[in-house]
Design a protein around this ligand. Structure first.
Ligand code: AMP
Ligand code: GLY
Length: 424
């Protein structure tokens, strides 16, 4: 088979991890990335195409004879980029616009859950603000209020009091927005990732994320401040149950409804006392969960992505390093609020080896120096025999990075580290 030239869409830590893994593929010719970042530039040629301009992406693919496109973030998928590429005869990893509704619309996903008896929180959707406020008063707290639509993981309020819930409803619905109001589920959260080619499902791995900005899971929600994989709380029995009660009915159901799901399906789960329940689906890799998955993946990622895209997922397998991978996100001071751009980062280049990888998110190079250009900036990743050791590896590397303009959580993996300590 001739080498294949690939275009990767995106420029975050997730895409650096994908680029890093794709670059190892013996099938790869040249790797391009739009827009990319300073870390991706080490393994790919970055191009400044506007990724919302589908015609420009298609023209670029034709000009460069790109054989395969991999879409990292959700926004281009929800906007139908995969459909437009397929219509132009360009193979792509990523779901159709119709299937991307699993992330793009909470109400769509709740309908799927109801139709196919998939365990999830009880919910109701409102477009009338007075009815929403009445419903909150009637149900009481704790209760969960969500905006319907893409919100980059930030459109959710887990309200402990009725007052907070009413405020959240007012904010979401003030300019005509729709709100989804949910039962508050209790348990530990875990993430589970699978590839689906529309029919076949390849289970990938489990992970746990840390969404709050500060140590001790305090402060506002972010896109994710750190993660590890595998997540020991997701036992094989829970993985099997999740496949049977959540993933398989979803993939079958989507196909039956004429919108087969092809791509990576990321299930956010609550491990309740009654079993795993779906919090939400994402239709892309998690960021930073992707970084820990890619650090562990031993199989040829490009081969797996292509099998997902061309319907031959039943012919491939995924092999994983047995170690735990843990990533610590270094973010610009101020994140997730307004943050400074352009501060200089030193010491990141010197870090590397078998067991430590620095994935870049919002970075660029200016006059030979590495500078911060985004909120989340570096994802410092370590591998070790358990979460404790992986965290030690990651934090040893974090300590070698000199970046006065940034901060990081110091307790990534804390739940599991406490369990490991207790179990000796
Ligand atoms: P989402 O953007 O849907 O992932 O929600 C963000 C976070 O809100 C989740 O990771 C959970 O911590 C929390 N959450 C969302 N829905 C619920 C629910 N029904 N019950 C309890 N917590 C929830
Ligand atoms: N880290 C959570 C997400 O990517 O949605």
């Amino acid at each position: 088979m001739p080498a294949i030239d690939v275009l990767l869409i995106g420029g975050g830590g997730r895409e650096h991890a994908l680029a890093w893994a794709i670059a190892k593929s013996p099938m790869l010719g040249k790797l391009w990335c739009a827009p990319g970042n300073a870390g991706i530039a080490d393994v790919a040629e970055c191009v400044g195409i506007d990724i919302t301009d589908h015609a420009a992406i298609i023209a670029f693919c034709k000009e460069k004879e790109i054989g395969f496109v991999v879409v990292g973030p959700e926004a281009p998928l929800v906007a139908g980029l995969a459909d437009d590429l397929r219509a132009s005869g360009i193979p792509v990893f990523g779901p159709s616009k119709a299937a991307a509704q699993l992330e793009g619309s909470k109400a769509f996903t709740k309908d799927i859950c109801e139709r196919f008896a998939i365990p999830t929180a009880a919910w109701a959707k409102f477009s009338d603000i007075a009815s929403a406020l009445d419903y909150v008063r009637e149900r009481g707290a704790p209760i969960v209020i969500k905006a319907d639509g893409l919100a980059a993981g930030k459109g959710v309020t887990v309200a402990e009091t009725v007052e907070d819930a009413l405020t959240a409803v007012n904010i979401i619905m003030a300019d005509g927005g729709e709100a989804v109001i949910e039962e508050c589920m209790v348990g530990e959260e875990a993430s589970f990732f699978v590839f689906s080619d529309g029919t076949n499902i390849l289970p990938l791995a489990t992970a746990q994320d840390h969404k709050r900005v500060h140590d001790g899971d305090k402060g506002p929600n972010t896109g994710g401040m750190g993660a590890y994989s595998p997540a020991p709380v997701m036992t094989q029995a829970l993985v099997d149950e999740t496949m049977k009660t959540i993933i398989e009915p979803t993939v079958r159901g989507m196909a039956d409804l004429g919108m087969p799901f092809t791509g990576v399906l990321f299930a956010g789960l609550m491990l309740t006392k009654d079993g795993p329940k779906l919090i939400e689906y994402n239709i892309r890799f998690g960021d930073p969960e992707c970084q820990v998955l890619m650090a562990r993946l031993q199989s040829d990622l490009l081969a797996l992505l292509m099998a997902t895209s061309d319907g031959t997922l039943d012919q491939v397998r995924a092999q994983w390093r047995s170690e735990t991978a843990l990533t610590v996100v270094m973010a610009a001071n101020g994140y997730p609020g307004a943050y400074d751009k352009g501060s200089i980062i030193s010491g990141a280049e010197a870090i590397g080896g078998e067991d430590t990888i620095v994935f870049h998110a919002g970075t660029a190079r200016k006059d030979g120096k590495l500078i911060a250009t985004g909120g989340r900036v570096l994802c410092v990743t370590g591998l070790g025999k358990n979460v404790t050791e992986a965290a030690n590896k990651a934090y040893d590397a974090v300590n070698k990075i000199d970046w006065p303009g940034g901060f990081n959580r110091t307790d990534i993996g804390w739940r599991e580290i406490a369990r490991e300590k207790k179990n000796g």
